[in-house]
Design a protein around this ligand. Structure first.
Ligand code: DAH
Length: 341
């Protein structure tokens, strides 16, 4: 029996070294220690031994069993460990590699310009008003003192729905809407899309964006107009930017002016950007015509005011040195991405 136990021990030692997987190990355990296992068979045969041999052989058999069990446990741990190591190796990630950046959007240059303009006028106490893109001919032209034969009213210039409705050609009708619903003092700006029957080229677009401003109160003068717009221009284009008020004609203002600013590229010396003039036209303005005030129910004897209007795309183009308005509408990401900050 002693030899048998020894043989089991040796066989087991050889086999367990080959075992690589937990299932194989379990099979081995069953082969030796299971119900019909080699060692169990021997223990079962113990009864047939002479009485005096039993304790010695019993002890020996138990020793072998303990040894086998301990070896199985150890091997089990080894296999588990190597499985874990393999898993760690296969799931390894290099946390020092730069991650994939989530692509988050950013404002369009026109939006950046709009926000800047709003900030400047907010700082001067202006309120933002809104108006519809589909307007009445009345608000877009008549209330703004535009004579029936004014060229801008022509079908070739303006998109009409019918005789009374059109796509607004400027944001000036928001002046009318504001004066109709609110008594002076008024200090508002409005920004939105406008439409004209223009062919698309580097400087024109049938759809564009305007910013309109209006101030109405007692005793408002041309001095207020100049001071406000000069301040606006300095805040937007830099403190050393000068404004020149050039006489002009608009039906809704009297007197009217266009404002040129010092070319910020050449500082007035003359360059390609300002076509050599040293100055760039940026907006139209004037003292609100009494006929406009009266149409909106405002006493033109008591109140005066000024108004102004400018193209957002034009300001954006100046601000960011964009030489073709179409870039602002095409949304080619090679262009827009340049404004990510
Ligand atoms: N509405 C004018 C345009 O579209 C811009 C403008 C000029 C608006 C003078 C005004 C203004 O309010 O006073 O060209």
């Amino acid at each position: 029996m002693k030899e048998q136990l020894n043989a089991i021990r040796i066989k087991f030692s050889q086999e367990i070294d080959e075992v690589q997987e937990l299932q194989e190990l379990e099979n081995l355990r069953i082969e030796f220690l299971g119900k019909n296992g080699a060692l169990t068979e021997i223990l079962r045969g113990m009864g047939k031994l002479p009485k005096e041999d039993r304790p010695i052989m019993g002890a020996l058999a138990n020793e072998v069993r303990d040894e086998l069990e301990a070896k199985i446990e150890r091997r089990k741990e080894e296999i588990k460990e190597s499985l874990l190591e393999e898993k760690i190796k296969s799931e390894w990630i290099d946390i020092t590699l730069p991650g994939k950046k989530a692509s988050i959007g950013h404002p369009h240059p026109s939006t950046l310009t709009i926000r800047e303009i709003i900030d400047v006028f907010h700082s001067m106490g202006f309120v933002l008003e809104d108006g519809p893109e589909i307007e009445t001919v009345l608000n877009n032209f008549d209330a703004l003192n535009s004579p029936p034969d004014h060229p801008s009213r022509d079908m070739s210039d303006t998109f009409y729905f019918d005789e009374k409705h059109l796509l607004r050609t400027h944001t000036s009708p928001v002046q009318v809407r504001t004066m109709m619903k609110q008594k002076p003092p008024i200090r508002m700006i409005s920004i939105g899309r406008c439409f004209r029957n223009d062919a698309l080229d580097a400087t024109h677009s049938p759809m564009f964006t305007q910013c309109e401003g209006l101030v109405i109160d007692e005793g408002i003068t041309m001095g207020d107009l100049k001071g406000t717009l000069e301040q606006f221009v300095r805040l937007l284009f830099g403190a050393d930017t000068e404004s020149v008020f050039r006489p002009h004609n608009f039906p809704f203002t009297e007197p009217s002016a266009e404002v040129d600013i010092t070319c910020f590229k050449c500082k007035g010396a003359g360059c390609r950007f300002c076509s050599g003039s040293g100055a760039i036209e940026i907006l139209g303005c004037g003292m609100v015509h009494p006929a406009v005030l009266e149409h909106c129910g405002i006493d033109s004897e008591k109140y005066t005011g000024f108004a102004f209007g400018m193209g957002i795309e034009r300001v954006a183009m100046l601000r960011y040195e964009i030489d073709d308005i179409r870039y602002l509408f095409e949304n080619d990401q090679r262009f827009t991405r340049q404004f990510r900050r």
